[in-house]
Design a protein around this ligand. Structure first.
Ligand code: 6PG
Length: 462
């Protein structure tokens, strides 16, 4: 019996793309899929076989067996693990390449460890194209498994120069955590692009083709990134009648939930991520079509077109700073979580995995990795981006113009709030503390003396 190097379980879109990538890179690959249609559809040149049962697939693998599960996150992953475990032996490796919640990965990692199975939770980014040509892969879980099969994963991953965008981050759910934060940043950046589009279209009154041209131009500037590139493509696409297709897309956003997970984690860890927050809530709020419809009548949807001199440069500078700030929020979350979960995620390494293959890849990440290496965790305070003042001035101006125009651009406004919060040495929460003590005797600390204080604030109180 032939001994295959690796197996892929699940031949859906992502599974079959990843399997083709493996076969294409010369790995003999055993495959298993439940759907007959998916099995029939799978075609590629190279050394692979599709097995009719899980058992036959497992028995065809050389040891330690390596099985890459590409099944929908959630219950299905537990079911597949449940089926496979009795067929495996100590030291065999299971990899979950779906968008699993990191807490599920933690649980599975510990459960499988007890059974002697080495488990890797791998955040795979880049969609179908990425899985086929080289995704970014954020790996967490068993170090032993990584040492044994990491080179296979790196060979099918995206690369930047001779660096692989696939590496081991730490034990348990560290890989899926970083992928979750990647998605939080993805939500933030996508909504920022939409907010800037609103400023251009509704606020400045630019035509669709003027906006499409700007995004196309920005691909060749410091904004160069996958999301800007695909925005240019989406805006350029015409419907059969010659009209921009995007204008005909219903304005109700869907989501699979990973952005919300990132936000929930940010709240749990007390990390300020207002842009991720606004991006998640904008998608949620877009669902309430009736409210918006009525609101447009009752609250009078008048928009004032405004003038903005030198708008191209201002928009570009502001969007650049907005992107830095989106990354900054996500990175701060990874940093705090890594400490609290007892991981040692190397931040420059984690961020460097996003430089190719994934959805949030951008030219800017090169400087962010440099900033993290040079000045630690807060990239906004680093000098690596040169002068942020240009971006700040532009952002302030555009935010003010958006408010003046009367358009909703919550992520855009969250960015200037984040920036201003970061440079506020003395915050106003002394008032919060005073009020808490006044109504609830919650006590406060002072700037001029040590200790915990309570005051009788109201007349007649003791
Ligand atoms: C990736 C993406 C991907 C995600 C989609 C859809 O890195 O390839 O993050 O994993 O599932 O972007 O996400 P939503 O449906 O939540 O927008």
């Amino acid at each position: 019996m032939k001994h295959f190097e690796i197996a892929v379980y699940g031949l859906g879109i992502m599974g079959s793309s990843l399997a083709k990538n493996l076969v294409g890179k010369g790995f003999s690959t055993a495959l298993f899929g439940k759907s007959l249609e998916e099995k029939e559809r799978f075609q590629t040149k190279g050394d692979f076989a599709i097995f009719p049962s899980e058992e036959e697939m497992v028995n065809a693998l050389k040891r330690p067996r390596v099985i890459f599960m590409m099944v929908t996150a959630g219950k299905a992953v537990d079911e597949v693990i449940h089926t496979l475990v009795p067929l495996l032996e100590e030291g065999d490796i299971l990899i979950d390449g779906g968008n699993s919640h990191f807490r599920d990965t933690q649980r599975r990692y510990h459960m499988l460890l007890k059974k002697g199975i080495e488990f890797l939770g791998v955040g795979v980014s880049g969609g179908e194209r990425g899985a086929l040509r080289g995704p970014s892969m954020m790996v967490g879980g068993s170090k032993k498994a990584w040492d044994s099969c990491g080179t296979i994963l790196q060979k099918i991953a995206a690369r930047i120069g001779d660096e692989y965008c696939c590496n081991y981050l730490d034990k348990e759910g560290a890989g899926h955590y970083v992928k979750m934060v990647h998605n939080g940043i993805e939500y933030a950046m996508i909504q920022l692009i939409a907010d800037y589009y609103s400023v251009m279209k509704k606020g400045l009154g630019l035509s669709h083709s003027e906006i499409a041209e700007l995004f196309a131009h920005w691909k060749n500037t410091e904004l160069n990134s996958y999301l800007i590139e695909i925005t240019a493509a989406v805006l350029a696409k015409k419907d059969e009648d010659g009209e921009p297709l995007v204008e005909k897309i219903l304005d109700v956003a869907q989501q699979k939930g990973t952005g919300s997970w990132a936000l929930e984690e940010a709240i749990a860890k007390g990390v300020y991520t207002p842009t991720i927050c606004e991006a998640v809530f904008t998608r949620n709020f877009s669902q309430d079509v009736q409210l918006r419809k009525k609101g447009a009548q009752v609250l009078k949807a008048t928009i004032n077109v405004v003038q903005l001199e030198g708008y191209e440069e201002k928009l570009r500078n502001a969007l650049y700073l907005s992107m830095i700030i989106s990354y900054a929020q996500g990175i701060a979350l990874i940093e705090k979580a890594s400490r609290e979960y007892g991981w040692e995620i190397d931040l420059p390494l984690a961020v460097s995995l996003w430089r190719e293959g994934c959805i949030i890849r951008s030219e800017l990440l090169k400087d962010i990795v440099k900033a993290l290496k040079e000045s630690g965790k807060n990239i906004l305070l680093s000098q690596s981006f040169g002068d942020l003042e240009k971006g700040e001035k532009a952002l302030r101006k555009i935010s003010a113009k958006a408010i003046e125009a009367g358009i909703a651009v919550p992520t855009l406004l969250s960015v200037i709030s984040y920036y201003d919060s970061c440079r506020t040495e003395k915050m106003n929460v002394n008032i919060v503390q005073g009020l808490r003590d006044c109504f609830g005797a919650h006590t406060y600390e002072r700037t001029d003396k040590e200790g915990i204080f309570h005051t009788a604030w109201m007349e007649g109180e003791e």
